[in-house]
Each structure stands twice: as structure tokens, then as C-alpha cells.
Design a protein around this ligand. Sequence first.
Ligand code: CAA
Length: 261
Amino acid sequence: APEYENIKIDVVGAKKNVGLIQLNRPKALNALCNALFKELRKAVKDFDADDKIAAIIITGNEKGFTAGADIKEMQNHTYSSITKAGFSQEWEDVSNCGKPIIAAVNGIVLGGGCELVMLCDIIYAGEKAKFGQPEINIGTIPGAGGTQRLPRYVGKSKAMEMVLTGNFIDAHEAEKMGLVSRVFPVETLLEETIKLAERIGTHSPLIVKMAKQSVNKAYETTLKSGLQYEKSIFYGTFATEDRKEGMTAFVEKRAPTFKNN
Ligand code: CAA
């Protein structure tokens, strides 16, 4: 029996070092029901723990990435039941992954889907991607980081416009705003994303992890303590064999062989 019902996983790339997670609940436009999210968490956790995996890609299908949180699951919640259930609490687990997570998105990236990609480290979009926080249309507000992370990505005015209108923005606008780092034709999005993951995979996994932690700090703290944090991580690289190997290889004009140590 297949391990997953709402996602598909695969290991891709020439060196088989890229973990691919595809949301796969087509009957509900990949709406993020609880069962889907449980599977996503497990897949991310397993790839994070697997030494052969350098980076993780989360993607959808040509129709879209996802229509967001499952409205049918939320419909009959009350204040007390949703508070007790702790809506989207476990989503933060995805952001605790030490390895880089790249979102490769096409078509609709709505609500909780837009919030999910903002938990990832890099966002690549297909030309047909449309981003939105349409919760206002259904009488609620973003509940998995949309009102907090979106302004950090795109500034207050753009974020406020998206959250208050529910209007969608297209891939090129999202790139201009700094929400996504690159836009590709729909057909080449996934292969370009795999190339990015493979490029990251040529580096020391240990140092990649330290770099990711340090950049993420910029979203969580003041500039002063962020700079202190960066410095201690930077000094920390000097306790690693891979830092020594990287600099020695440069001086000896050869390619480094990193050992994840
Ligand atoms: N939850 C549950 N089911 C959903 C869904 C969602 N978010 N989005 C779509 N579906 C289901 C539809 O109910 C429909 O199912 P049936 O065939 O059983 O009726 C199926 O997926 C296809 O959807 P549509 O017929 O609506 O497809 P469309 O092409 O006409 O429209 C759409 C596409 C514009 C994306 C429209 O489906 C839509 O507006 N979806 C809701 C988007 C939304 O509001 N997302 C925010 C959710 S709230 C949230 O995410 C909270 C948070 O902050 C975490």
C-alpha cells in the first residue's frame, strides 16, 4: 500500500540527493486538509533526517499549488473548538527543518498555500502562478503567518492590499515584490528548481545548514542581535573540517571534497 494518500514523494537529481514532495489531492485543488499536512510534515522530517538528501522541493501540479486551508474542515469550527485544536500550529514544524526547502509553484497559491511557501527558504514560480490571501472573502483572516510574514516579504502597503482585498497577484508581480526569487516557463519550472537544489547540494550540508539558520535569524530578531548571531555562526564554521577543506582547496586551486563535518 502507498505510504501517502495526499502527497507523492520521490528522490530526484543526477546524484539522487534532492527530496521531492508533490501535493496530490486533486479533487480539492490540493486544499491543505489535516491529513495532507500530517503527511507533509512526516515527509519533510524524513528527508531532513536522511543524510543522502541535500535539499527538499515542495511542489503542486500544473493546475496549481494549493487552494489553501481546507474550508470544509473549518466550516463548522467554533471559537473554542479551533482554539483547542490549535489551527496550523504544526505548520511551524516545516520551518524547523534544517535543510533548505524550495517551493516550486504554478497556478493557484492561495491562503494557507501562500503561507506555506513563505515558510520555505526559496520560492520559484511558474509563469502562471497566482498568489493571494483570500481569507477575507470567507469572513476570516490569514491564520498561518500571512499577516506577519507577507509584510516582511513585500512591505506593508502591498501586504495590506492583498489581505484586505483578497485580490491575486501574478508571478511577475510577485517577483518584482520580492516574494519569489525567479519566474520560469511552466514546463521548465521543476527542472530549474532541481538544478537549484543540486547546486546547493554541491556545498557542505553542515555549512548550508548554518547559513540557513543565520539568514532565518534576520526575520526573527533585531539587527544588533542578528549580527551577533551571525558572527557566532561564522566563527563556528572555523570549528568544522569543511571550512578548512574549502579554504585549503581554494588556495591549492582544486575542487573541495566536503565531508559534512
Ligand atoms: N478548501 C476545501 N475545498 C476546496 C478549497 C478549499 N480551500 N478550494 C477549492 N476546494 C474544492 C471545491 O469545493 C471544489 O470541490 P467540489 O468539486 O467537491 O465542489 C473543488 O475544490 C474545485 O473547486 P472550484 O469548483 O471552486 O474550482 P474553480 O476553478 O471554480 O475555483 C478557486 C478555484 C478560485 C481556487 C476556488 O476554489 C476558491 O476560491 N477556493 C478557495 C480559496 C480560499 O479561500 N483559500 C483560503 C482558504 S482559508 C485559509 O487558507 C486560512 C489560512 O490562513 C490558513
